[in-house]
Design a protein around this ligand. Sequence first.
Ligand SMILES: [Zn+2]
Length: 694
Amino acid sequence: MATHNGMEWALDVERVCKKLQRAMELREKYAPCTVRPDSQACKIDPKGVKFEFRKGQMHVLRSSDASELFVPRTTVAEFYADMAELFATRTDGSVGTFCFQRLKLLQTKFELYTMSHFDRELEEQMATSHRDFYNVRKVDTHIHHSAAMNAKHLLRFIKKKLKYHGDDVVSKHGEKQTALKDVFSELDIGWYNLSLDKLNVVADVTVFHRFDRFNEKYNPLNQPQLRTIFLKTDNEMGGRYMAEITRELLDDLEESKYQHTEWRLSIYGRKRDEWSKLSAWVCDNNLISTNNRWMIQVPRLYAVYHSSGFIATFQDMLDNIFLPIFECTVDPGSNPKLAKFLSLISGFDSVDDESKSSLPKDRTFSSRELEPAEWNISDNPSYKYYNYFMHSNIRVLNQLRAALGMNQFQYRPHAGEAGELHHLDTAYLLADCIAHGIKMRQSMPLQYLFYLSQVGVAMSPCSNNHLFLSYSKSPFQEFFMRGLNVSLSTDDPLMFHQTKEPLMEEYSLAKQFFRLSSSDLCELARNSVLQSGFSPEVKAKWLGSANPDVNNINRSNVPNARLRFRRICRQEEMRLVLADNRGDAMKAFRAGIPSVPEYDTSPRGDSLVPADARELSPLLMPAEPPRGRVRSLTPRHSEAALPYVAPEAADGIDCMEMPPASKSAAGARSPSRKRSSEDVNEGAASPNKVRRPE
Ligand SMILES: [Zn+2]
């Protein structure tokens, strides 16, 4: 039990660590979304398998006796209870103070490290032949396919089509066919008149905090019809123009060799044939390249499809998203193109405007009380409801695919770009990696938990600068210095970037704004590869090893000193948080923080120091206080360690050795903090319908 003196009382280290430990245990229930391929001991015969939804969650069963093969590990009620517990932890005052101090310490350590090791890092990099930032592999971990080209590229493409292929039929209404030149003559625009300014797709001041206006930028010349013609994969031309643009982008990527993308294509869950159409578009147009993996983004648009009559319940949406891919997994021959497409997919994303905070209309229940098959109301389900059912079903799908020797899918939703902080609670529990995460700057506990669990954060400061947060306020630099697992990504080059190499542009902007060194840039590039959904074999080829704890400077160009420093810092944090038997928790907390010696050995301090102590170095100072007038500044903790900033001291440590997470945290005291307001995404009856003003 901590004594009640100032900081010690405020930190309440032992109790806080138990709560953080418990939060990490909660995450372990859900993440990672993938399973280790070798963990499926029993290989299964796909012919002997059937599957069915029960309460919105897919169950894989044996056909013979309907016994369970792969089933969800949790229920939605359990997830909501875990969310409530995580909320209580991250809004606990002592947890906030503790995490703030630890993150400050991590940042200070990084500053001291770079100050004292800049030369050494440079020497390591200079001693590495051939490799530099330009030829290390880097992956654009968050980029939407329909905005993957820059505006000049799209403009050139439209001009070319209008000038040389104006007779292309772009739509049909019964017998009437419309040619491309007819569309533009109706707009009274010729190819020569087109310019970037007329195209009006580039983000400007009008889109700041206006996601609705930003979405309109997807319409070239403000014409939704042109979006359908040029930027859709499913239109009356079979998405031919978009396929041609994609091929041009792939050619550019392959030429640059070291840049890779994970383009997001949409599956909406509006109709059952979406997967077939999309996979045919990819395969028929041969849009397959070693430089790209596909991601699937699912927009949270239940309410729109429901109101327009496409679906009756949320379960219909889940059916449309998941049934085709479960069927194809069990019987790839039934849809070879889809089977091929699935083998090229990294994972799933959940997307929409997070700042859109729709208040529940006339609802007096929590969303968890309504099963997806009963969700026939006009309200959109909450962020956590969407994400829980997406994640749960992908996880069961992964178990099935692992048992069949197939690739699996990560879960990497957009989270923390804007809107409610509890989106990041959801993401902390469920996500392998998130896009954005800038709202984490408002919650030290979430930031610290994302650090401890090394959840990937694909950040896009250039996109944020236009939409939600200027470069000057971006938390990117802090997150990076503190050791969060961050990468750089472009989001939407069409609106934000000027050059043919948007990812390099993103790095370049970050380099200037945040004064990043060559080691910093290479560390970010390495993070991006590790976060990505490229296969472990490909990652090993690019980095020397797919194991995050192993560095090969000849491939990554990241100095070994840098990664040892990161590893040691995290080991210290993990030891502090996970250590079970803490005789003196404050002592553990102070490890790594500069301490003040018992008495001053500097020439000016001579008069205060006993004669027999003058010969001793500060490292050898005795613990007992000196005689005379000397007053110790740290009377109770004179044994606190000197700051640790020199990673070479740990040269012998080659792998992470973490103490196992304690299971004894259940008895941790529950917080007494009062909850303050309603969770806008939940009904009045929900016990975790709380939202602390952030
Ligand atoms: Zn995005």
